[in-house]
Design a protein around this ligand. Sequence first.
Ligand SMILES: [Zn+2]
Length: 349
Amino acid sequence: MPARPPEEAMRLALQAFVEATRKNVVFRRLLRYRPAEALEIAGLNVDCLPSSLPVRYNETSVEITKEVLFGPKSIVSDSFTPWPFELRLVRYGLKPMALIHAPALDACRLLHQCRASSLFAILTPYAFDAAGDASAGGYINIASNTRPAAAELLGWRGLLVARDLRQLKLGWLSVLFHWDEFLGLLLGYPDCCVRAFRRNWEAACSSFNGEVGAALLASQSHAPVDAAHCCMNVFARYFGFHLTEHFPCGFNCQATVRIGDRLLKGLHHYEPQYAAELARMLSAPVLYVGAEGTYMFPDARWESAGTVLHYSRVLSTIPESALMTLLNTNRTLPAKTEYGRVMRFPAAA
Ligand SMILES: [Zn+2]
């Protein structure tokens, strides 16, 4: 008998796992109370695991067809889509797995490109609508109208890409069952940040329009932000720059510092020019003014005592704001402004 095509084998494995959670109460209990044993039985054992993987099987109804998981075949020879940063990191072997979100057609094109590069890739089981946040330069913070994905390429989709098939299957199941902590660990995020994210995300959704950076700032409002690594500049993503995807548990998280160092060194090897530009942008000071925008000062320098910032240009998520006009007419800014403190991010080592 000819071997099954890898797509079909993956689809059947995921379907069997989901069926087992529906029909087998023992398996479901194992996932909840002894997840390592459950994953061992399913042939999906991994080192990093949360203490429980609960399944609300009656809330989970998705189609597990080839079209839903991999998109229509007709996309294969379609035009080239540039690879997002996270996918390049997976291709270079610097990250175990990446999850990106994109309009369904782009996600599908990228899936086929990743597979052509010998990476494993799959679309996540839900589709959603995305709207940009005006104060965040159109950056998407919150998804809406999340629904089970259909075969048609509508709305936005998640795309998981990994070098390891087991990792990819677990990533897909984590999205399906909302195992957010597990997903974070599979994506290579530090434990401490994964645990803190849930807390920050709840605060972000209830008070900050989904902006975790704002929730993180609010939780540390007692101290000026003087971050331990340039990768902690989570605000630079509004201008198209980020190194680590996860939100650090604090601006001094040592696990994040180690990841930032490792990624930047690796990136220097594969894309030296971009690595240098990224490091420069991430180390730019930032003034965050909530709904009135985020302001970043590339190429700025601090006066020796660190009380005044000298800058030659400003980037803003709201270029037409009154504050932007004011900042453009000046070339210096005190570290402590009436809008808040200017955050510092160190140059890369
Ligand atoms: Zn951390």
